[in-house]
Design a protein around this ligand. Structure first.
Ligand SMILES: [Fe+2]
Length: 284
């Protein structure tokens, strides 16, 4: 893999996840950007340290992975920059400026969408000194470790996902437009990676209504059991954030969740962009 002079890479957990230092993505050449794409494709999670990005620069970087996807909760996007979603517990003029509770249960992004998230990109402007780690589960390793008989039982199952269920669980109200534009969807439990076909066991219980062909509670119990399996310590990388971290992950082969922190004591302020479908050059 080609990287620029001064750049270094370091594995985070065996083959799962890689850290990059010595790169300024806002000024990076197409060759360096292609190397980051390759790292994401191979390793599922990429942590690029010490970045200084405006929202416009983050969107430009995101475009290299594909067109930025729409954010269904527009009240927390940056004014004039609707592709950037704010995750924050800050309140300005009595109004929350971001989603303070984004993603504390294990999930993959946009599970409720007909085309779930491909790549998610978080850029940290401010992070608490303790708590608020992001955990990532390696779903390809989890699949590889299953006995053959168990793989046979699971390989053709479909999971029922619902935006309405997800938002209801979170206590959020839905607009009529959200109800109309985000109907329930069904995704395979075992996701073949779009670029090399490697299988990933991708269960998600949050925002799910069950498993096709199984009554509840059996279907939901199965999803919960599988989430517990794929998120065992041996499959998980825990990211401790520093301000300036730019973290990318591939939702085809990972689950993630945030850990709590003291919101009375600390601020967490993060800009998120995401992509549903990669551009044609990605796989080249
Ligand atoms: Fe998420």
């Amino acid at each position: 893999m080609q990287m620029q002079v001064g750049a270094h890479t370091r594995p985070l957990k065996g083959k799962f996840g890689v850290e990059v230092t010595g790169v300024d993505v806002a000024a990076a050449s197409p060759e360096v950007l292609a190397s980051i794409v390759e790292l994401l494709n191979r390793h599922g999670v990429v942590v690029v340290r010490d970045q200084h990005l405006t929202p416009e620069e983050q969107v430009a970087f995101t475009r290299y992975f594909g067109a930025p996807a729409d954010n269904p909760r527009k009240e927390f996007t940056i004014p004039g920059q609707p592709d950037v979603f704010v995750i924050s517990n800050k309140v300005v003029d009595g109004r929350p400026i971001g989603d303070a509770d984004a993603g504390t249960g294990w999930h993959f992004d946009m599970s409720y969408d007909r085309r779930p998230g491909f790549c998610t990109i978080l850029y940290a402007l401010e992070v608490p000194p303790e708590g608020s780690n992001t955990l990532f589960a390696d779903l390809c390793a989890a699949w590889d470790e299953l006995p053959a008989q168990r793989r046979d039982e699971l390989k053709d199952l479909m999971v029922h996902h619902s935006f309405i269920t997800l938002q209801t669980m979170k206590g959020n109200k839905l607009t009529d437009e959200q109800r109309r534009t985000l109907p329930d969807v069904f995704h395979p439990l075992v996701r073949k990676h779009p670029f090399d076909g490697r299988p990933a066991l991708r269960p998600c219980a949050g925002g799910a209504n069950g498993v096709v062909g199984k009554d509840n509670p059996e279907g939901m119990d199965l999803l919960k059991e599988l989430v517990a399996y794929v998120t065992q310590e041996q499959f998980v990388y825990s990211h401790k954030w520093s301000a300036g971290d730019l973290v990318l992950w591939d939702n085809n082969c990972t689950l993630h969740r945030g850990t709590p922190f003291d919101k009375q004591k600390y601020f967490r302020h993060v800009h998120r962009t995401w992509v549903q479908s990669p551009p044609a050059h990605y796989a080249a």
